[in-house]
Design a protein around this ligand. Structure first.
Ligand code: SF4
Length: 276
C-alpha cells in the first residue's frame, strides 16, 4: 500500500513531480469503489476566479487531455501527485469551513481533471456538502459521461472548459475529441445545473472568429449558463514545461491584446451570452 502524504497547501504554480512513483497510469486508473484515497497536487484559497465567494481550491492529479497551453502539466499524471485520504482533505476543509461559508464561498475541485478520480472526488464533494459548503468542479467535460446523477447532485456549479468550438481546433489544442464535452454541456443544460463556461483565448490558436462563434451559438440558448468567462492565455506555467522536459509549442506565443479580448467578448455578447 502506498505511503500516505500530507495534503500540500501552496499554489497552483508550485511544481510537483514524482511524489508517488508507484501510482497507476491515469488512463488505467481503477478508482477504488469507496474513493477513500487519491492523488492531489495542492490546496489553495482564491476568490471569485474559481467560483463565487472565497474558495478553497483543491487541485487533483490526473488528466487525459494534453492542452498545449496547460499551465499545470504537473497535474497530468497521478504519479506526480501526493497520495492522501479523502478524510484528510475533508478534515482540512473543515478547518476553514466557517470562513468559507461566511464569505459566501466553498470548495472547488480543479486539476488536472476531477472526473479521472471519480470516487475520490465524489467522497470529498459529499464531505463538503456535509459542511454546508457550496461546491464546484472545474472540468473539461471530456469524461462527463462518468459523472452520474448522484455525482452531479453533489455539485452546485460546474465550471466547464469548452476549449474550442471547431472539432479540428479542439483536437489540435487538447489531443482529444470535442463531442464528449458538448454532450456533457447539453446534459447540464437539460437538468438545469448552474454552469460557467470557460474559454481560453490563445492568439493564433483559438482566436479564429468562427471558432469563437461556434461556442457562442452553442452556449447562448442554455439557460443554466450564468457566465462565459474568457481566460487570456499567459505564460505563468511555462517554467513547468521546461522543468518537466516537455516540448513547449506555445513558447513564442504572447498573451492576447486587450483589443482581441474585447472582440471575443463582443462576439459572445452578440450571440446572447453574458460574458466577462
Ligand atoms: S484539461 Fe486542464 S489540466 Fe488537463 S491538460 Fe487541459 S488545461 Fe491541463
Amino acid at each position: 500500500m502506498a505511503q500516505l502524504g500530507v495534503v500540500p497547501t501552496g499554489s497552483r504554480y508550485d511544481l510537483h513531480s514524482g511524489l508517488s512513483p508507484d501510482a497507476p497510469d491515469e488512463s488505467e486508473l481503477a478508482d477504488d469503489q469507496e474513493g477513500a484515497f487519491g492523488y492531489v497536487h495542492s490546496y489553495e484559497t482564491s476568490s471569485r476566479y474559481d467560483g463565487p465567494g472565497l474558495r478553497a481550491v483543491l487541485f487533483v492529479s490526473g488528466c487525459l487531455l494534453r492542452c498545449t497551453y496547460c499551465h499545470n502539466p504537473d497535474t497530468w499524471h497521478l504519479k506526480d501527485g501526493t497520495y492522501v485520504s479523502a478524510r484528510q482533505v475533508v478534515d482540512r476543509l473543515g478547518d476553514f469551513a466557517s470562513a468559507l461559508r461566511s464569505l459566501h464561498g466553498g470548495l472547488t475541485i480543479s486539476g488536472g481533471e476531477p472526473l479521472v478520480q471519480l470516487a475520490f472526488t465524489r467522497r470529498i464533494l459529499a464531505g463538503a456538502k456535509k459542511l454546508d459548503l457550496h461546491t464546484a468542479i472545474e472540468t473539461s467535460g471530456f469524461l462527463g459521461s462518468r459523472a452520474d446523477d448522484d455525482y452531479l447532485a453533489h455539485l452546485d456549479l460546474v465550471l466547464l472548459d469548452i476549449k474550442s468550438g471547431d472539432p479540428e481546433t479542439y483536437r489540435k489544442v487538447t489531443g482529444r475529441e470535442l463531442a464528449p464535452t458538448l454532450r456533457f454541456a447539453e446534459r447540464l443544460a437539460e437538468i438545469g445545473k448552474p454552469a460557467w463556461i470557460r474559454f481560453t483565448l490563445v492568439p493564433g490558436l483559438t482566436d479564429d472568429p468562427d471558432n469563437v462563434d461556434r461556442i457562442a451559438r452553442f452556449v447562448a440558448p442554455m439557460k443554466n449558463v450564468e457566465w462565459v468567462e474568457i481566460q487570456p492565455f499567459h505564460q505563468m506555467g511555462a517554467f513547468k514545461w521546461k522543468s518537466l522536459g516537455l516540448e513547449e509549442k506555445l513558447a513564442e506565443t504572447a498573451p492576447p491584446s486587450p483589443e482581441l479580448v474585447n472582440r471575443v467578448r463582443e462576439q459572445f455578447e452578440a450571440a446572447g451570452c453574458r460574458a466577462r
